[in-house]
Design a binder for this molecule. Structure first.
Ligand code: CS2
Length: 398
């Protein structure tokens, strides 16, 4: 029996890591919500259990959660669990790392500045740095977020924070494995709640994949079906550039064409060839060892996207574009000049411009910078600078 402390209890965590860990058995999970108490309150009313509604496979009752804490109000309890947990994991989405366009911790980010002020941390980065400084025994910190080198990125961010805060961490005892995570998990709709009868139900697809760098400081659950590998990068590149790149193209271009769901956009006669082209171009950037599987992987993605049962909303995917596009679009664009990715970038720019024109606040940590950029005479370069691609403006300019 071990203890896993997990930060971020959004639908993806509850459909992915918690499902794998529930099925593995033998481990306790304590969850931590970083922002609101709604998930804790909802789960507490039902013994921290919930229905996982797996499309085509029925409902699985997930019972692995022992408790849910809310930071910062339960900060002391979080540090108590962190002192002994064998694994600390996180799904806080890309914006939860508080990084700049270069992928480094933004020490001027107001939330990071507040944590450095020493009144008690509220961000994942600050909580990890202060918590790790209080322990000396081995621990694995496992990022389950959707970005390249998620473990290395988290390690660097926590290290930069610890240095800025003057914290002494026993880094020899801490491992930050990289991991590729994959399971399409839409937001829960009223229809899902009504069908399952569980207000905390989570809808997801049958497909699930988890590839983790075999770099643990100690024991881990016997997760069934997980691949432990020496190098996760090829798996991350394939998933982020082909699946997530296609998702972002469908999101912005689909919304522009008045569509609502992924399954509609992927069948749209204009978008279908574009998304197939993006997958092909992204596939061309992958290591030689993966080239033979590109076509089959792309076909499998299209089947998954066509699934109407998931009702996966395009506006859900459209969120946080400034955090997602640097590794979903930019590597393929930089390496291939992909016309499909150019269309995707242009659709993102149109999305930013039209949402701002409608007076709608963008759901993006760079919303204020985007708002300022689209109001400039020439917004192209300032927008591309937000995703680290300002040098590619000549490709995008119409
Ligand atoms: C989606 C991802 O919302 C989004 O940005 O592209 O959440 C996607 O559903 C997952 O990465 C699939 O594994």
């Amino acid at each position: 029996m071990g203890t896993l402390l997990h930060f971020g209890l959004g639908n993806f965590a509850r459909a992915h890591l918690l499902d794998y860990t529930d099925q593995a058995g033998g481990w306790d999970v304590v969850g931590v919500s970083l922002r609101s108490s709604s998930v804790r309150d909802g789960l507490a009313r039902q013994g921290f259990e919930y229905d996982l509604c797996v499309q085509g496979q029925g409902v699985r009752r997930i019972k692995v959660l022992r408790d849910v804490l809310v930071a910062p109000e339960d900060r002391a309890a979080v540090f108590d669990v962190m002192a002994d947990a064998e694994i600390i994991s996180a799904t806080v989405t890309e914006k939860g790392y508080h990084l700049d366009a270069a992928g480094k911790l933004n020490l001027r980010d107001p939330a990071i500045v507040a944590d450095l002020a020493g009144q008690g941390p509220a961000t994942l980065i600050g909580i990890l740095a202060f918590g790790l400084a209080e322990r000396r025994k081995p621990v694995t910190v496992l990022s389950c977020d959707n970005r390249m080198e998620n473990g290395k990125t988290l390690e660097t961010a926590v290290s930069d924070f610890a240095n800025a805060a003057g914290l002494d961490v026993n880094w020899d005892a801490v491992r930050f494995p990289n991991a590729m995570v994959d399971r399409i998990t839409p937001a829960t709709t009223d229809a899902v709640r009504a069908i399952s009868g569980d207000p905390m139900a989570v809808p997801t697809e049958a497909f699930s994949e988890w590839v983790i760098e075999d770099n643990f400081a100690g024991p881990h659950p016997d997760w069934q079906g997980v691949q432990l590998v020496d190098d996760v990068a090829p798996h991350e590149m394939r998933k982020l550039r082909m699946l997530n790149g296609a998702h972002s193209l469908l999101a912005y271009a689909g919304l522009e064409r008045g569509l609502t769901y992924v399954h509609e956009a992927v069948r749209d006669p204009v978008l279908r060839p574009l998304v197939s082209g993006l997958m092909k171009d992204a596939g061309a950037t992958l290591p030689a060892a993966l080239q033979a599987q590109v076509m089959d992987y792309a076909e499998a993605l299209l089947r998954r996207f066509e699934n109407p049962e998931l009702a996966h909303r395009l506006d859900q995917i459209a969120m946080d574009g400034s955090q997602k596009l640097p590794y979903r679009f930019v590597p393929t664009l930089r390496e291939t000049g992909s016309q499909a990715v150019i269309a995707g970038v242009r659709a993102w720019i149109s999305y930013c411009t039209s949402e701002t024109a409608k007076g709608r606040a963008l759901n993006d940590p760079c919303a204020s910078e985007i708002d300022a950029a689209v109001k400039q005479q020439d917004p192209l370069v300032p927008l591309l600078r937000l995703v680290g691609a300002e040098d590619l403006a000549p490709l995008i300019r119409e």
